[in-house]
Every structure is written in C-alpha cells, then in structure tokens.
Design a protein around this ligand. Structure first.
Ligand SMILES: Cc1cc2nc3c(=O)[nH]c(=O)nc-3n(C[C@H](O)[C@H](O)[C@H](O)COP(=O)(O)OP(=O)(O)OC[C@H]3O[C@@H](n4cnc5c(N)ncnc54)[C@H](O)[C@@H]3O)c2cc1C
Length: 500
C-alpha cells in the first residue's frame, strides 16, 4: 500500500484526499493521511450557524468565500459525487442590483456591464457613475488598435496598465479596480493579467477591442440561454452559486466522502524530509512524525516555503516571492424593520479612490435565500486588502464599530438599528497576490517539483484562487504522484453545457 501525506486541510487538500479515496475505490493500492494545523477542516471555507437570539431559526454566516463561479465545473462535479448537488443554491436574481460608490453617492451598476465593459448603450449613456469625458474615453476602445505582440512573445501587463490603455483611468477607478481587482483583493498596479484574467489579453488580440469582444460574448450567452432554457423544476443558472447550508457544506461533504478517519486536525507539520532512498518523513508540532511514499503540500505558499527550503532552494525562493494580503469579513445581523434602507440589492462596492475603510458590502440575506430567519437581515462588510493592512491591527470590537459606521454613512443604515450579533473572521495573509512574474514563478515551481519524485504542491497560491481551481489543483497533484507510480486515472469529467 502506497501512502500520500497531504499537508493542509483546505479545499485543495480535501480535493486531493477525495481523489486518493476514489482511486482506492477503483482498486488501486493507495491511501492518504491528511494533516491540518487548525482544529477544523476547510481552511478559508468556514460557515457558522448562529441561532436567532429571539426566535426559532438560524443565521448562516460564511466567514470566507460565500460562493463559487457557476461556469466552472469542479464544484458541481464534487457536489454530484458527494450527494449535495440538490443543495446548490443560486442567487436570488429577482433582487439583483449592485451599487457602486462614486464621489460619496451610490450609483447602480449599469445593466449590461460585463467585468468592467459596458455592453448596452442606453444604461451606459444614462448612468451617473461616469463623467461624459470618462464615457467617451471608454468608447474610444473601439478604435484603439490592439497591443502588438511579437510571435512567441509572452503577453502580460498589469490590470492598471491594460484598463487605462484601452478604456481610460475612470473605468479603472470606478469599475475595474473594485470589480476585478476586488475579486483578488489585489493592487491593480501589481496584478498580472496573464495570471488572473488571461482571457482579457486574448480578447484584445482576437477582437481588436474589448467592447466588441464583450458584446459578442453577451450575444453568445443570450443565444445559449435561448438554446438551453431552464427546464421546469430546474434551478435557475445564476452567475454565482453557493450551498443551502453555506460554503462549508462543500468541504464537509468532501471530508466525509474522503474519509475523516485518515485526517488529523490540530497538528501542524513543522519539517519535511525527503529520504535519500525515497519516501518522505514529516515532523509534527505534537512531537510525533508521519512517513509516506509521497507528499502533497496544500498549504498557503508562505507556509509551504519553509517546509520546502531544505528540499529545493529554488522552489522555496519562488514561493517566497508570492506576496499575500490580509483581510477580514464582518457579518452583522439586524431586524429588517430597523435597517432603514432598501435591501433589494446584492451589495455595494467601494472603489479605492473613495478612500473608505469598507471595500465592499454584501447583503447576504438578499443575495442568498435562507441566510437569515424571516424578518431578520444579515449584512457582511469586507475590509483590508493590500491598501489597508493597518486595519487588521484593530480589535474585533473596533472592526465591528468601523463597519457599522461605514454601513451608516454609505448604505444608509439607520444609526439606531441595534445589531443582533456580529461575527469577525480574519484572514491573515489569506489572499495570494498574483503579481507580474507570477506565471514564471509557477512554471519554475512546477518544473522543479516534476524532477522530485513524490512531491506535488496544490492550492490557491498557484493557478487560480477560485474554489473550483483549488479543487482541481489538489486533483492534479494526486494525478502527478499516481502517474509516477504507473497509475493513470481517467480525467474527471462533467458535462459543461448545463452550467454555461
Ligand atoms: C475573505 C475571502 C473571501 C473569498 N471569497 C471567495 C469566493 O467567494 N469564491 C471563491 O471561489 N474563492 C474565494 N476566496 C478564495 C478561496 O477561498 C481560497 O483561494 C481557497 O479557499 C484556498 O483553498 P486552499 O485549500 O488552497 O487553502 P486554505 O484554505 O488556506 O487551506 C490551507 C490549509 O493548510 C493549513 N496549513 C498551513 N500550514 C500548515 C502546516 N504546516 N501543517 C498543517 N496544516 C497547515 C492551514 O491551516 C489551512 O487550513 C476567498 C478568500 C478569502 C480569504
């Protein structure tokens, strides 16, 4: 029996564990042991159930991610395999509206905006979100020739330089930074497009204009929706999806299906050794040790770095060059009749140029049915990011007070609305930053670990922070190791048409 040690019990480590279990069920002689530093599994995915203080019912509070991108298949595939597919939860699009703060006032995001590109003329022309000169500058994208890329040249640039070059600074400041940079909690001045949104670079080359490209995509999506309409009884296809019991339902189902008996929580791996004759030895924080034939390091890059330094200095140097930023989410519940503002929206984005502590607010109980009992409301604020690491020094109480003040001044929360409870979740160095040069670092890490038998890395620090990407990275790590042992598993597959 060959044993794989998996370090880290986030969604990537669990994706790896579940893949090993599936291989074992198919008759391969493999097993895993998963080691997780925290007392709980799931890593950044964390859901808390808070009983309604006054009545029956409960709030479902997601402290980290609250959804995944519907078009990516990995979460659906896992949900089907683990039996929670019916619990997938689409957003309540009857109440879909996003507000953007501009010059201290809230403006509705114009209908037809895809990423940061307007694709419908009238809503764009009439929005107060941009000045007329800003709108004209965005329209000039239609006439600006695409960047010249020599054959074989690697095409990359920062989000800032790309958006300013094509659509102007106002588009960056008012839309692209909060919408696109915000997803990665990243600084647009540093963020590599090739590592985060390579499709934008391709669209420029293929269509010559982003506006033309996005208009073509919108038409294609509309055509597909007409061709494959939602069948009676089928859930609506929304852009984002969650689970009825919060995002942790996904990682819980993965841990159950993979086998919790092979998982140890509350112990961290303090050192890793590659034995000269093959095999791996780990020392744990409780003084014990674990041996295996292979190891998957599925931790954040900055915790992987010291473990891998004695194994390969170049890998460790590349890991050390991946920065990460810290953030926090603050969820606060209220009586619906006390909040004093219109709750028919998914949330508010606060661009950096507005200089607010709040980066974004989600109206969690509007966006996701069932997140709060009837008559109650759950709101979530997001603070931190590369431009405001200082705020993480504040106490939980101070963070709640800061977010309440921001909700009052930005959302219009009634200052007398009494919070029913609040929850603060801190994500210290929780968001890897894919800066320029990121892909070079990843290629180096992958090439060098390919030379080391029985070693693979997985997780959100490498090829995508999204939950589906993390699952696939864990699965790829298992495939790398099993193929070294002569076991070639079939590709995981799901029909994608359903999720277009
Ligand atoms: C606030 C926030 C909101 C987000 N929102 C979304 C969203 O809505 N949708 C989306 O798709 N993505 C979102 N993301 C990104 C996504 O959550 C992460 O990229 C993903 O969960 C990372 O999974 P992972 O398994 O790679 O890492 P992690 O979840 O960080 O897991 C790594 C695990 O390794 C453990 N570990 C570290 N060192 C050791 C050691 N030495 N020994 C043992 N264990 C160790 C850690 O304790 C941790 O549990 C969000 C992230 C944050 C922080």
């Amino acid at each position: 029996m060959k044993r794989i040690i998996i370090i880290g019990g986030g969604v990537a480590g669990l994706g790896a564990a579940y893949k090993v279990t599936r291989a074992a069920l198919e008759g391969h002689d493999v097993e895993f042991i998963l080691l997780e530093k925290d007392p709980r599994l799931g890593g950044k995915i964390q859901t808390e159930f808070v009983p309604d203080p006054s009545e029956k019912g409960r709030f479902i509070v997601d402290g980290g991610p609250d959804c995944f991108l519907t078009e990516k298949p990995a979460c659906h595939r896992i949900a089907k395999l683990t039996g929670i597919f019916d619990d997938e939860l689409p957003t309540d699009d009857s109440r879909k509206r996003t507000w953007i703060l501009s010059c201290g006032k809230l403006h509705q995001m114009p209908d037809g905006v895809m990423m940061f590109a307007p694709t419908k003329f009238l809503p764009f022309a009439t929005t107060g979100l941009f000045s007329w000169s800003g709108k004209i500058r965005m329209g000039r994208d239609l006439f600006i020739p695409p960047k010249k890329v020599a054959p074989g040249e690697f095409n990359d640039e920062t989000l800032e330089s790309f958006v300013v070059r094509r659509m102007g600074r106002e588009c960056l400041d008012r839309l692209a930074e909060p919408l696109v940079g915000g997803v990665h909690a990243s600084d647009p001045k540093q963020m590599s497009l090739a590592a985060t949104f390579p499709r934008l670079l391709e669209m420029e080359q293929n269509y010559g204009s982003l506006l033309k490209a996005f208009i073509a995509i919108r038409r294609k999506v509309e055509e597909m929706r007409r061709k494959y309409p939602t069948k009676p009884g089928e859930k609506p296809r929304t852009f984002f999806t969650s689970f009825a019991n919060g995002m942790q339902q996904l990682t819980d189902s993965m841990a159950d299906a993979a086998g919790r008996a092979c998982m140890r929580t509350g112990v961290s791996v303090t050192s890793l050794q590659h034995r000269p004759k093959g095999g791996w030895h780990t020392l744990l924080s409780d003084g014990s040790s674990v041996d295996g034939d292979a190891v998957i390091v599925a931790t954040e890059s900055w915790t992987a770095e010291p473990l891998l330094r004695p194994i390969d200095r170049d890998i460790a140097d590349a890991l050390a060059a991946i920065p990460a930023s810290s953030s926090a989410t603050i969820s606060i519940a209220f009586h619906e009749n006390e909040v004093g503002f219109d709750l028919n929206a998914f949330g508010v984005l606060c661009p950096l140029v507005e200089n607010r502590a709040l980066m974004a607010a989600t109206y969690s109980s509007t966006k996701w049915p069932g997140r709060a009992p009837k008559g109650k409301v759950l709101l979530r604020g997001f603070v931190g990011g590369p431009h405001n690491q200082e705020i993480l020094k504040r106490s939980d109480q101070e963070l709640v007070q800061i977010v309440l003040t921001e909700f009052h001044e930005i959302l219009g929360l009634n200052p007398f609305a009494k919070p029913l409870f609040s929850r603060v979740f801190r994500w210290v160095l929780g968001m890897p930053q894919y800066t320029l040069g990121h892909l070079d670092r990843i290629v180096l890490i992958e090439n060098r670990s390919a030379q080391i038998p029985g070693l693979a890395l997985a997780g959100g620090s490498y090829r995508g922070v999204g939950i589906p990407n993390c699952i696939e990275s864990g699965e790829r790590a298992v495939s790398k190791i099993l193929s070294e042992w002569g076991i070639d598993l079939p590709e995981d597959h799901i029909e994608e048409k359903r999720y277009y």
